[in-house]
Design a protein around this ligand. Structure first.
Ligand SMILES: NC(=O)c1ccc[n+]([C@@H]2O[C@H](COP(=O)([O-])OP(=O)(O)OC[C@H]3O[C@@H](n4cnc5c(N)ncnc54)[C@H](O)[C@@H]3O)[C@@H](O)[C@H]2O)c1
Length: 428
């Protein structure tokens, strides 16, 4: 399949077995053996369920202004910032409990933030928990979210929403059927930097968007993450791990993507963990491409390119680039894996370069702002949640289509679509 890709044996190291459930293990084996490209049921545009259909109906409760209780499943690295923000930055949500396949991890986070450590089923059933924030590894996102939705609760997944189109569309459909919400990270597009860029775009500062350039070029996660196995398996790699920041930022500003094409490779058959910790020196088999050069065409007609890599050791230019070229100017966006600026506008006629003053807040690491926004929708806010399952599912479709395009050498037309989320009010 991929150049230098080792035979997918389905072998999962012992270090990983402890971190995933039997169900996840099975689905990981299936993914490794058959590849996610074999799971090609499309996500039809006519079931791209807009949250407009749910807006306020059976969900909203204007009379109830008490904070929405949240529970976290997955007590790994990223749970710390979610809990910090849920307990300190967003007053419309309240962290109630945390669960993990490894109970000691949940207990440690619970002690750190003064919340309950719970079993997974107990957390989902907890009467004070209305939204479950799913911070498990990508291969477990669908299974965990399905359990939550089937229990009649709303769920917010870390990115990617799932690792296949089928799973992504299933979550959107299941949530709609059960009159609950599904949402997905990243929520960096709600940060002060990208909302300022969105306003400049909507105000016509660069005219009509003509093209985009998105680039993330760097070495791999084995250099810093204490347990980096999952980054090199199907459902991760630079496209599924970092791509969602770039693709969500672009889709939230420019709307849905119509078609993609491109190439991909896995430059190294295995990676050695150099991050300090229990896995230092471990060897990780690479079972997914780690360098992508893809093209995309938006439904609006804007075209562009995305390069995403864990295989590049040095770049003369910035490794992180996100630029929108318009008919009357160019907008240089900040790193979409951050919440702040700078946002730089270069106008065609004057050739002047201007760093735009930020029009919105949430410029520090505000992970969880998407959960807070979802909580407003649960309480009857006027708009559907911005970090919607529909948009996250469309981003999964874009990424899976890029994989397919690289494998087949053909342009892939997307079957899914999405609504551009409303801009965030500047005073929020
Ligand atoms: N680490 C980061 O900087 C970062 C940043 C943004 C987003 N994310 C995303 O957050 C998610 C988690 O990343 P992480 O770095 O925290 O990973 P991690 O490996 O540190 O933590 C994941 C946790 O999930 C638990 N888990 C796995 N399967 C489970 C299951 N079926 N049920 C319950 N618990 C399960 C594991 O035991 C582990 O404690 C991923 O989707 C990742 O893409 C991570």
């Amino acid at each position: 399949m991929w150049g230098k890709l080792p035979a997918a044996t389905g072998a999962v190291p012992d270090s990983m077995r402890s971190a995933i459930s039997d169900d996840s293990l099975i689905s990981l084996h299936v993914s490794l053996l058959s590849g996610i490209l074999n799971r090609v049921r499309l996500y039809p545009a006519n079931i791209a369920t807009s949250f407009r259909s749910l807006d306020g109906k059976g969900l909203g409760n204007m009379a109830n202004s008490k904070p929405v209780g949240i529970g976290i499943i997955g007590a790994g690295v990223i749970s710390e910032i979610y809990l910090k923000n849920a307990t300190g930055s967003f007053d419309n949500i309240r962290a109630v409990g945390i669960a993990d396949l490894i109970p000691e991890r949940a207990q440690a986070r619970a002690d750190e933030f003064g919340i309950e450590a719970l079993g997974i089923d107990a957390l989902i059933a907890h009467p004070d928990i209305e939204i479950v924030v799913n911070l498990t590894i990508p291969a477990a996102h669908h299974d965990v979210a399905t359990r939550v939705l089937k229990a009649g609760k709303s769920v917010y997944n870390e990115k990617p929403l799932s690792i296949s189109r089928d799973d992504a569309s299933d979550l959107v459909e299941l949530a709609a059927r059960n009159s609950v919400l599904v949402g997905g990270a990243p929520d960096t597009f709600l940060g002060g930097g990208l909302q300022t860029a969105r306003k400049a775009l909507d105000d016509g500062r660069i005219g009509e968007p003509v093209a985009v350039n998105a680039q993330f070029l760097g070495p791999g996660m084995e250099m810093w993450h204490p347990d980096p196995y999952f980054f090199f398996q199907p459902g991760a790699g630079p496209l599924f791990d970092i791509g969602p920041y770039y693709l969500t930022a672009l889709a939230s500003m420019l709307g849905p993507v119509r078609a993609v094409s491109g190439f991909a490779r896995a430059s190294f058959a295995e990676r050695t963990v150099t991050a300090k910790g229990p896995r230092t020196g471990d060897t990780i088999p690479v079972n997914t491409p780690t360098h992508f050069a893809s093209s995309l065409q938006f439904a609006s007609g804007t075209i562009g390119s995305l390069q995403a890599s864990f295989d590049v050791w040095e770049t003369r230019e910035r490794g992180t680039v996100l630029t929108i070229y318009g008919s009357e100017g160019t907008l240089h966006l900040p790193d979409p894996n951050t919440f702040g600026g700078p946002v730089v506008l270069v106008q065609e006629h004057s050739r002047e370069t201007e760093e735009l003053p930020l029009t919105h807040g949430h410029t520090e690491n505000s992970r969880g702002i998407g959960v807070s926004d979802m909580a407003r929708a649960l309480r009857g806010d006027e708009v559907p949640p911005r970090a919607s399952g529909e948009m996250a599912a469309h981003v999964v479709d874009i990424m899976v289509s890029m994989l397919e395009a690289a494998e087949t050498g053909k342009t892939v037309e997307l079957a899914s679509t999405m609504q551009r989320p409303a801009a965030l009010p500047s005073d929020r």
